[in-house]
Design a protein. Structure first.
Length: 353
């Protein structure tokens, strides 16, 4: 059976500038994908190519096995059965919520259209707002109208272009979770574009992390975090420090980190490694022999995220319960747990554990 959406070796060029190249990915029915990456990496370009607003210079895009884009030939956006939610929602300010939702249903008989609008209002829990105007709604409600409008014509794929970026930062993650649930409940296949990894984690089944127009890693959120394939991926996903360490004669890590036993890992004496250390690799341990200086910390409610300095000056993050209240300049006793740590060889490919 064909994938719901397939991109095969897709490239997009703006004149002589190739914005995207060699991108291959598939989405199965009901799957939520994400294009994630820093500004300018080509996320929007790819989304626009899928929507049919941009032509491709190489490769193929298909929906349920039917080619919708190839070099020199493309199905126009209105014939693609692709729905789109824009960054600013793009609601029509002079139309009521119900008429906004009905916008893409002009070809439907009136009675059926009315029924579909009612169904969509219920889907996004806005039944009582049918006659309201966009300016009378909160940002989150406006977004739900945009979602209902995009879903009303029952698209094969829903494209979401930074759908949470104009909303309050506290609302974003919560909404990402809610929208995910709504899409999952209704079996909608979707692609989200975002530069925010928390949003991507909260919403997507699989994420294509892009770098300069290419896929750096296509993986589940879990694997992107736990098995980043390169230092770029680890740095973009963040939440950790990449340390340069060396191994001594006893097979342990160097001076400052001498007490870090590498356990089952065996490295050559004198070898230099790049080690990705995340907050979950370091534990507060009041009995530990190792105390690290607190350089800074941020309060997260249940936890403090501590920024700790190693004896050689490199620093590492540590999440400790917030009743462990050590101010900057103080010392925090900690224990490293390297069972899950990621080691990058000099060529940035992670070692097998
Ligand atoms: P952002 O997160 O900032 O929106 P993005 O990942 O969506 O970035 P794109 O907008 O897809 O990135 O842009 C990818 C590259 O293509 C960038 O280098 C950008 O400058 C370039 N680009 C985008 N649109 C055009 C255009 N119409 N003409 C020429 N170059 C373009």
């Amino acid at each position: 059976m064909s994938s719901q959406l397939a991109l095969e070796n897709v490239a997009v060029a703006y004149g002589s500038f190739t914005a995207v190249s060699g991108v291959s990915l598939t989405l199965e029915s009901g799957e939520i994908g994400c294009l994630l990456g820093p500004s300018g990496c080509g996320k929007t370009t790819l989304l626009r190519a899928i929507a049919g607003f941009e032509s491709i210079s190489a490769g193929r895009i298909s929906l349920r096995g039917d080619t919708i884009s190839q070099p020199g030939a493309m199905l126009p956006p209105e014939r693609r059965r692709v729905g789109m939610v824009f960054q600013d929602f793009a609601l029509f300010p002079h139309l009521s919520v119900a008429r906004n939702i009905a916008f893409g249903l002009a070809a439907m008989p009136a009675a059926e259209r009315q029924q579909r609008v009612a169904q969509m209002l219920e889907l996004v829990s806005l039944e009582t707002y049918a006659n309201a105007y966009p300016h009378e709604l909160s940002g989150g409600q406006q977004q739900r109208v945009a979602l209902a409008r995009a879903l009303a014509p029952a698209p094969e794929v829903l494209l979401l272009d930074e759908p949470f970026s104009s909303l309050d930062s506290e609302l974003r993650e919560q909404l990402a979770g809610e929208v995910r649930e709504l899409l999952k409940r209704n079996g909608v296949t979707a692609i989200l574009v975002t530069h925010d990894q928390h949003e991507a984690f909260a919403m997507a089944d699989r994420i294509a992390l892009l770098r300069q127009g290419r896929v750096a890693q296509l993986d589940t959120p879990y694997n992107l975090y736990h098995n980043p394939g390169s230092e770029f991926v680890a740095e973009f996903i963040g939440q950790g420090s990449i340390l340069t360490v060396s191994v001594n004669e006893a097979g342990e890590l160097n001076d400052g980190l001498g007490m870090l036993d590498m356990g089952h890992r065996h490295w050559q004496a004198g070898e230099t490694l790049r080690l990705l250390v995340r907050p979950d690799d370091i534990e507060y341990d009041e009995h530990s022999q190792l105390s690290l200086v607190v350089r800074g910390r941020s309060f997260r409610g249940a936890h403090y995220l501590y920024d700790l300095v190693l004896p050689d000056g490199q620093h590492v993050p540590c999440l400790a319960p917030s009743h462990i209240d050590v101010p900057p300049g103080g010392q925090l006793p900690v224990r490293f747990n390297l069972q899950h740590v990621v080691v990058f060889e000099p060529d940035t490919t992670p070692a097998e554990s």
